[in-house]
Design a protein around this ligand. Sequence first.
Ligand code: COA
Ligand code: ZN
Length: 307
Amino acid sequence: MPSVEIVEVGPRDGVQSVPTFIPTEEKLRLINGLLDAGVKRIEIGSFVSPKAIPQMQDIAEIISSLGKREGVRPMTLVPNLKGAKLAVAAGMKEIIFVISMTESHNQSNVRRPVAQSIEELRALLEEVDAAGELRMRVDLSCAFDCPFEGRVPESVVLAHIEKIVAIRTGMELGLCDTTGFALSSQVRNLFGRCTHEFGDQAGWAFHCHDTAGFALANVLAAYEVGVRTFDASVAGLGGCPFAPGATGNVATEDVIYLFHRMGVDTGIDLERYLDVCGIAAGIPNGVTGGHVRHIPRTRIVSSIGGG
Ligand code: COA
Ligand code: ZN
């Protein structure tokens, strides 16, 4: 049976823009519920400036309270070397470093030029290497569209990727539609060019938001050109505080349902997952999206059976 890998990003990308602080126990309830439903890769938060994103200030507590589970790969996002040092010190084994593909978004998000972020990656890898066996992912924000500069040319993204893989091969690179404006043709073309030009120098993942309602179509487009790792957020929770107008990620339950309908395994129990959607949807002042959680459960179950 063909399969894909879902990376649950709700506890980081979904939660970071919620204006009211979510108590740590509630975040842990959400994370544990997602893991109980079969999620294996999960972004549990970020090591960022508490002034920039106050919602993430309890990340160290989340890590220490989260028991180790066999086969589960928790990840934390870091915007700089300091974040990586904190993540390593907290015992994280998988780190996501974020670099925007446009100057204005990188400036708005992490307050430095793109070239400086790429140089910081070099220093960060030294830190990570010294800590032993860690996995690295680099999220390439605004790989298709930028809230300030509009459509991002493929050539710009490819030039940045060339510099990143020259620093290190073998990392996972996430092409991010941060604003949710990408067309499926852009998704197909960019992944096509990336895999053609950089082939096995990196692993590839797709991260998308649903601002214009294109997200699920774009997931399918990425799947059709060979992408097998997809970021998604529970109940479509989210938005980006540094990308005005962007809404949440594609809803994880919609992605699971789509793939299960297609006979593609995700390793996640959809019915159990749908129960967890209620936790995310109940977060005060959270903005949610998605479709599948509104469909009667019996209809979902019978349709996956081939009906
Ligand atoms: N974790 C925790 N604290 C951090 C930090 C990190 N990774 N990086 C910096 N800080 C602290 C500094 O210690 C300093 O604290 P102080 O004011 O108490 O001395 C403060 O944050 C400012 O540090 P500075 O290096 O001057 O950073 P900055 O103000 O230029 O902000 C970032 C840069 C990257 C730290 C900040 O913009 C940020 O955290 N952005 C988050 C981006 C993000 O997560 N976006 C969404 C996901 S894509
Ligand atoms: Zn995002």
